[in-house]
Ligand binder design. Structure first.
Ligand SMILES: [Zn+2]
Length: 195
């Protein structure tokens, strides 16, 4: 049996085991993200944090639909809001040109030209494909963070912080197992879960 407290302790242990730079940045979001959220709310402008509104129609499928289609590790991240161990997932060292699609429904979420080396142990991007992500506030583990998910299937992808590089200043810290990389020159897979 896993209690929330046990999970919190486990997460804290995992975070402590990760690189100091990445996790210290992950652990300090309350001031900066709070400010950004407040600014967005007061101006009605959501172009900074969180990202712009989704432009993709959301599928109406139960999470269980995806279980046979993805790895057990990916399912835990995508549909049970798990976080993979830093440095564990794929794509950290991926430098090739290409497109990162949602591991569940195959919606393209990031292009390789927006990927950067964050040193966190998770693949990181400074910009998503516009309209393909949804966001929500995540207050778990006593932290105030902005979670983002695939706008189409709703699968959890990662968290976004405002300490990324230019030109956006944003850092999309993504679980590697939640993404599938398609090298440039290969056809993108057909979307899954459609009618
Ligand atoms: Zn998806």
């Amino acid at each position: 049996m896993t209690t929330p407290m046990f999970s919190a302790i486990m997460l804290a242990a995992l975070l402590a085991a990760c690189t100091a730079t990445g996790e210290q940045r992950d652990a300090r979001p309350s001031a900066t993200i709070g400010d950004a959220s407040t600014a967005s709310a007061s101006t009605g402008n959501a172009t900074t944090l969180p990202v712009g509104a989704p432009t993709v129609e959301k599928l109406d499928l139960p999470d269980e639909h995806w279980r046979p289609l993805v790895s057990p590790e990916a399912y835990k991240v995508l549909f049970e809001d798990d976080t993979e161990l830093c440095g564990y997932g794929p794509h950290n060292k991926e430098k090739r040109a290409g497109t990162y699609v949602c591991a569940a429904c195959y919606l393209p979420l990031f292009e390789s030209d927006a990927k950067f080396e964050s040193g966190t142990g998770w693949p990181s991007f400074f910009r998503p494909i516009e309209g393909h992500l949804g966001t929500k506030e995540d207050l778990s583990f006593g932290m105030e963070r902005i979670e983002y998910n695939c706008a189409r299937c709703g699968g959890h992808q990662g968290h976004v912080f405002d300490d990324g590089p230019e030109p956006t200043g944003q850092r999309y810290c993504n679980n590697g197992v939640a993404l599938k990389f398609i090298p440039e020159g290969e056809a993108l897979p057909a979307l899954r879960g459609g009618a």
